[in-house]
Design a protein around this ligand. Structure first.
Ligand code: CTP
Ligand code: MG
Length: 229
């Protein structure tokens, strides 16, 4: 089943502390952004990639796309102040498609299997997001004191990709924009419409490159995968 993907790439990478957009940092000699793009470039179901970028980084990114042979990018609109705005600026340029995936450019380890499950689930139910079961005991804390231990069975840690039928995510974003609602993920915007969002079990390897130690995990994952091939 075909889909197009929106990759917000217009962040600053403050928590990485690299003094530049973290997506330009290398993991085993290839930029994080290229690792992520290659997943979609190589997925035959993906018919288009939309990248939200900072205007001052557009030229550099276009050069990278050429150098690494990334051919599916249909547009690189300006990102916004918040991730949600960056996603929205891509959605505004997209033409009608069946399924849209939104995926953090900073998550290079997503697999084709998980993507396919998400696309199928979004086709069947309208909205589906990747997540993994919480591993640790979870407690609610107020002012440094435990208030409650939360039943872990019901807790999931949410990742991207998040997959939607086109009309549903367009409506959810329009409503959010109209009322000035800022969510931490796209699913929240759909939840606000009262629409159900399904979970697709993902992998603990689908980590977001956020802080310096994630780069160590990231290289370890790449090395493990290289050995398997
Ligand atoms: N992003 C974006 N536009 C923004 C903020 C973030 O396109 N205004 C993108 C990032 O480039 C990244 C993804 O959204 O691919 C997830 O965001 P995050 O991991 O928070 O990245 P940064 O915002 O760059 O990092 P930080 O929050 O540490 O500054
Ligand atoms: Mg951020």
């Amino acid at each position: 089943m075909q889909y197009e993907v929106v990759l917000p790439a217009a962040g600053s990478g403050k928590r990485m502390g690299a003094g530049q957009n973290k997506l330009f940092l290398n993991l085993l000699e290839k930029p994080i952004l290229i690792h992520t793009l290659e997943v979609f470039e190589q997925d035959s179901q993906c018919t288009g990639i939309w990248l939200a970028v900072k205007p001052e980084e557009r030229g550099f990114i276009q050069e990278m796309l050429e150098r690494y042979g990334i051919s599916k990018v249909k547009g690189l609109p300006d990102g916004g102040a918040e991730r949600q705005h960056s996603v929205h600026s891509c959605m505004k340029e997209m033409k009608q498609v069946d399924i849209v995936l939104v995926h953090d450019a900073a998550r290079p380890f997503i697999t084709h299997d998980i993507i396919a499950n998400l696309v199928q689930s979004a086709h069947d139910f309208g909205a589906a997001i990747a997540g993994v079961r919480a591993k640790d005991t979870m407690k609610k804390v107020r002012d440094g004191v435990i208030e409650e231990t939360i039943d872990r069975e019901s807790l999931w840690m949410i990742q991207t990709p998040q997959a939607f039928q086109f009309d549903l995510i367009v409506e959810a974003e329009d409503v959010a924009e109209k009322v000035g609602f800022l969510g931490t993920d796209e699913a929240m915007l759909v939840e606000r419409l009262g629409h159900e969002v399904h979970i697709v079990e993902s992998s603990y390897e689908n980590v977001k490159m956020t802080t310096q130690e994630d780069l160590v995990f990231g290289e370890a994952i790449l090395q493990k995968r290289a050995k398997k091939q």
